[in-house]
Ligand binder design. Structure first.
Ligand code: G4P
Length: 204
């Protein structure tokens, strides 16, 4: 709890550091894609992730989440750090059902506009309990289809969505407006309103 209160006082600094890393180490690719594999998607800056997790915990601890839910693979590290700070379990939605476990699953189909494919998103019924307050955290908010898929799993389980935490939101894509309709708090750390090879503009 002491760490959470401390993080609340540092949230602005954490956001400023994330933005600095995006500007310094990110690369804007054609098609509105931001490459951040040197600190978020492949090589991971764990100190930054620890701070990001603490900032999410500071924002959402008053909603008393019972679990943090994310989607494999790139959501796992920031969501895991938030779960650690909140001292609750991390639960991971899978894009491919495990062939090892024969667990009963909640499942939903998700369209990926970026990749032009669809996949079955699933989570074990054993880990998403009816009545649980769920904080959903992911690395990117783009089209919002992955997050909406996770929210459908929460609904299927009879659990409730406490809030949504996003590391990088692209406000020029329609994800936010789709999630706003859920009527739950959304907290994005870095919000990009436009980007090109010439630079990145932050949304207010
Ligand atoms: P959505 O997740 O918001 O619905 O959008 P979409 O289906 O278009 O996203 C497909 C994948 O691309 C997701 O990861 C999403 O996190 C990622 N993504 C979207 N925009 C960007 C971007 O600008 N930069 C980067 N680096 N990733 C982006 P995924 O396919 O599920 O893969 P992963 O989580 O295993 O990395």
């Amino acid at each position: 709890m002491k760490e959470i209160i401390f993080a609340a006082t540092r949230s602005d600094t954490i956001i400023a550091e994330l933005k600095r890393r995006i500007l310094e180490n990110g690369a804007v690719l054609p098609g509105g894609v931001l490459r951040v594999d040197s600190f978020l998607n492949q090589q991971i800056d764990m100190k930054l992730m620890r701070d990001i997790g603490a900032a999410f915990a500071a924002r959402f601890h008053l909603f008393h989440p019972d679990i943090v839910l994310t989607i494999e693979s790139s959501g796992i590290v920031p969501a895991g750090q938030a779960a650690l700070a909140l001292e609750v379990p991390l639960v991971i939605c899978k894009k491919q059902a495990s062939r090892i476990t024969q667990a009963e699953l909640y499942e939903t189909n998700v369209q990926s506009f970026t990749k032009g494919t669809s996949y079955e998103l699933s989570v074990s019924k054993a880990f998403l309990m009816p009545g649980a307050r769920v904080l959903f955290i992911d690395d990117f908010l783009a089209m919002g289809e992955a997050a909406l898929g996770a929210c459908r799993l929460i609904e299927q389980a009879g659990a409730s969505l406490a809030g949504i935490g996003i590391v990088i939101e692209k406000t020029f894509q329609p994800g936010r407006s789709k999630l706003d309709s859920l009527g739950r708090p959304i907290f994005s750390l870095a919000r990009i309103s436009s980007m090109s090879e010439a630079g990145i503009t932050w949304a207010e």
